[in-house]
Design a protein around this ligand. Structure first.
Ligand SMILES: [Zn+2]
Length: 248
């Protein structure tokens, strides 16, 4: 990666985790209720936001082009069954494209979640992934193989997590998987380097001060992002303030 390359800094990519009406779910802050998620999408629709596929935003970032302030992309991390049951029908209703980052080990299985019903949440199945893929609205990226923190993994484990997840997902969806989001948003230069050499086009985290094409930042949303707060979080002002004040 050329350190002199300049990347566009002003862009909006939203990221969600579970979308559901769970009573209690842990870790706290990962869930967005169906009603709140619908209100977010409805706001974007009514206010003429252009929701575009993630690769369009990546093109702008890589070519350091200015983005229209009302253009954004939607992503989901982990790959829960509720992405298919709850989020997908709403995305279809508004015609909004999205990218789901899948952790391969959990496909067709369960995520552990303290306090959730039976201590677990169902992950997406192969069939649900294929159905969404064939629908044309949802793209898939890698969220690594086992969701381990890459900062705590050695070189061999990192390569396994980053490369095997790509190969297995490509087999499942039948096309190249070009994007990766790092579990817990955790990465370093070594992780970015492996992702680049493995053939990914871009890597996604949550927040960082010096984004480049392998540390693209996203805005996390959850159920406490009622409409007034959501409106603020999709403005360039939020991104600008966040780059000065980390705690917002
Ligand atoms: Zn995750």
């Amino acid at each position: 990666m050329n350190s002199n390359t300049s990347y566009s800094k002003w862009y909006t990519i939203l990221t969600y985790h579970t979308i559901g009406d769970y009573k209690v779910i842990l870790p706290a802050g990962i869930n967005t209720s169906v009603e709140v998620f619908r209100s977010h999408m409805d706001y974007l629709f009514r206010n003429d936001y252009q929701v575009v596929p993630l690769d369009e935003i990546v093109d702008h970032i890589i070519h350091a082009q200015k983005m229209d302030r009302k253009t954004l992309a939607i992503t989901f991390d982990d790959g829960y069954e509720d992405h298919f049951l709850n989020a997908y029908p709403i995305l279809k209703q508004y015609g909004f494209p999205a990218t789901i980052f899948l952790t391969v080990k959990y496909i067709d299985g369960y995520w552990k979640s303290e306090k959730a019903k039976n201590g677990r949440i169902k992950a997406l199945s192969n069939d649900q992934i294929v159905e969404m893929h064939e629908g044309g609205l949802v793209q898939f990226g890698s969220h690594c193989y086992s969701h381990r923190n890459l900062l705590a993994a050695d070189e061999k484990q990192r390569i396994f997590e980053i490369r095997n997840s790509k190969l297995l997902l490509e087999k499942l969806v039948g096309e190249e998987v070009l994007f990766i989001s790092y579990p817990f948003g955790a990465y370093d230069e070594g992780v970015k380097d492996i992702a680049g050499k493995t053939g990914y086009r871009a890597g996604f985290s949550v927040w960082n001060r010096k984004p480049d094409s392998f540390s693209i930042r996203r805005i996390p949303l959850h159920t406490r992002d009622h409409l007034a707060r959501f409106k603020f979080k999709v403005t360039p002002l939020y991104t600008a303030m966040k780059s000065i004040l980390r705690f917002i």
